[in-house]
Design a protein around this ligand. Sequence first.
Ligand code: CP
Length: 304
Amino acid sequence: VKHLLGIKYLGEKDIQLIFETADHFKEVINRSIKKVPSLRDITIANIFFENSTRTKLSFELAEKRLSADVINFSAGQSSVKKGETLIDTVNNILSMKVDMVVMRHPNPGAGIFLAKYVNASIINAGDGAHEHPTQALLDSYSIREKLGDVAGKKVVIVGDILHSRVALSNIFALKLQGAEVKVCGPRTLLPKHIESLGVGVETDLQKALNWCDVANMLRIQNERLDISYFPTTREYTQQYGVNRKLLDGLDKEIVIMHPGPINRGVEITSDVADSKQSIILNQVENGVAIRMAVIYLLASKIKQ
Ligand code: CP
């Protein structure tokens, strides 16, 4: 395959190959070798139709560390505002001899659609509430780094599961690697048939935290929310916010994750987010090595 459209399309062996490749790049970066010449003949366009801090910067840095040529496109400052379609936009970019497109888009399936109509390698950097594959890869990689393995670990994903591409990609990735997965949140923010993905459901946060080795705290996706069925922010924080008192009441020290951006004081308090139990910034650090690995492996298909 020359695309990364979702974890759904990967096998366990693909994930292990990405992790081994990321291990290599992480080791290279840690030796202060910040640039390798691997992709000097590859040009990559990062096209973002939705806001991003971590994913956009991390992809750009990963591409530059591989010595690729990079162009960046933000829909808000582009001719999309004058009515240009997605396919026209991308085909115009590709006519400048671009080999790979990293795309974030608000519509679920936008990357799958694009891959059918344009002749380039497509990486999904988040498509609506559907998938965010590189986030799930860096999340599993960070669990593996912290706990030695993902297989057999108990992971709870807490929050707005219904609107979260991070949740869906994490469920696919964790299950593929043999982790036990539960989701936890208010019923209104859980998809109706989530159990069919092989995950447990827990609506009591304390019980979920008592069960798990790792808690991945998600923010409420206000931009995708129908406000009429949402508990108030205060109610949400009371029932589903993780805080120091909750963690101190557990009989073991669990690992705290968050994909960012954090809403401090809503789903997580600062004393938890900034504690030594938290691997939030390790996730961000690992994102660069994971994205270098994904780009490097896909580029090898282009070169064939
Ligand atoms: N985790 C994540 O996707 O963050 P950004 O929206 O800032 O890219």
